[in-house]
Design a binder for this molecule. Structure first.
Ligand SMILES: [Zn+2]
Ligand SMILES: [Zn+2]
Length: 381
């Protein structure tokens, strides 16, 4: 079936919901206002729900007979940035904006909720997760820590992100990694301070810092296979306070992205080796801390999404050879606990990029995504 007629029929109502959410973005896990709006809609649809994580909501819809449990996730937080779209429904709060389209993802979930309240033509249980704090606030982790997978034996989970650069009739399904891991690191280099005119009496940290940064850049070409994708970026160097003082400490910070857990391990251990080796050479102390922020988002059931997508938008509009993004997505944590898939739906060929101050969610992407999810329900339940 192409776009599902039930969601197409409700397009004006969905647009009204989406543009309303666009006016009132909330940040991180402080999504109480959005949650109040969502639960008022779930009440209207007669669906039961529970609070989970930190200001996230889980709606539950039982079908006509017992069966699989399938979850869908939409994120709902905005970003700390000033909107410059000039739209009539632009954010009413200065410095906050739905610049990643989570207003659209939330509305898609409400479209699905309304559909399921009307048609319980499936077996099993459907969970709809409205998740806070995707934009770096640990929202998914909090939902998992609150027992999502202990309470429910979830067989499959699906989610999507809108994707600028393709039109909304395009669905992109990655057969394997979809989005990169994100790791962060700190290297605190400690020498011994003193007068700039007498470095021989100090342990000058900057030469070691310069070599550590240079050596870190050799890890990808030398340790990671040319066939693998990875990025190491040094993003901060802090140290020193005067022209004539050699400081005690310098802090280096950086960011690592990969689409392979093995490469991630290799980069972590190679950075540790570089830091240790350079520190010994220069006689400085170096404290290396590596934080794993997001795992690789790995699709384990792309074939399900591809089959359903082909029916919704046609085989020629399902793109399966698109490279994974080096950005990360906290949906990746869910894929460590169950099988499933995260797809991209086009947001328009000329759409401004995600997180751009002129970005806006393309409402037509909701029709594609909701239709895809309905097809998936019919396929797997
Ligand atoms: Zn984002
Ligand atoms: Zn996003």
């Amino acid at each position: 079936m192409p776009l599902h007629p039930h969601v197409v029929k409700r397009f004006d109502e969905l647009k009204a919901i989406r543009t309303h959410l666009h006016t009132c973005p909330e940040i991180g896990t402080e999504t109480a206002g959005t949650v109040a709006f969502i639960t008022s809609k779930l009440d209207e649809y007669g669906l039961s729900y529970e609070a989970i994580g930190e200001n996230s909501v889980l709606a539950k819809v039982d079908g006509k007979a017992p069966g699989k449990t399938v979850a869908f996730r939409g994120d709902m937080d905005g970003l700390v940035t000033q909107e410059e779209t000039g739209l009539p429904y632009a954010s009413q709060t200065d410095g906050r904006m739905h610049a990643c389209g989570h207003d659209g993802h939330t509305t898609t979930m409400l479209a699905l909720a309304q559909y399921l309240s009307t048609y319980r033509d499936f077996d099993g249980t459907i969970l709809l997760l409205f998740q806070s704090g995707e934009e770096g606030y640990g929202g998914a982790k909090k939902v998992i820590e609150d027992g999502l997978f202990e309470k429910y034996s979830i067989d499959l989970m699906f989610g999507y992100h809108n994707w600028p650069g393709e039109d909304p009739d395009k669905i992109i399904v990655h057969q394997g990694p979809c989005m990169a891991s994100e790791d962060r690191f700190d290297i605190k280099v400690t020498g011994r301070s003193g007068h700039a005119s007498m470095p021989h009496g100090c342990i000058e940290p900057f030469a070691a810092v310069a070599d550590m940064i240079k050596a870190a850049q050799t890890i990808i070409p030398r340790k990671v296979s040319a066939h693998d994708k990875a990025v190491i970026s040094i993003t901060q160097v802090h140290g020193g306070s005067a022209y004539n003082i050699i400081p005690d400490d310098v802090m280096i910070r950086g960011n690592v992205r990969t689409v392979d857990g093995g490469v991630q391990d290799c980069i972590e251990s190679s950075l540790a080796t570089v830091v240790d080796g350079v520190a010994k050479t220069y006689g400085v102390e170096a404290e290396f801390t590596y934080y794993r922020k997001h795992p690789v988002l790995m699709n384990s059931t792309p074939e399900l999404a591809i089959a359903a997508a082909e029916r919704v938008v046609g085989k020629e509009n399902v793109l399966t050879n698109v490279l994974p993004a080096m950005g990360s997505e906290d949906y990746a944590f869910f894929m460590e606990h169950t099988k499933g898939c995260f797809v991209w739906v086009g947001n328009g060929e000329n759409s401004p990029l995600l997180h751009n101050s002129k970005y806006d969610f393309n409402d037509e992407a909701m029709l594609t995504a909701a239709s895809l999810f309905i097809e998936l329900i019919h396929d797997v339940m």
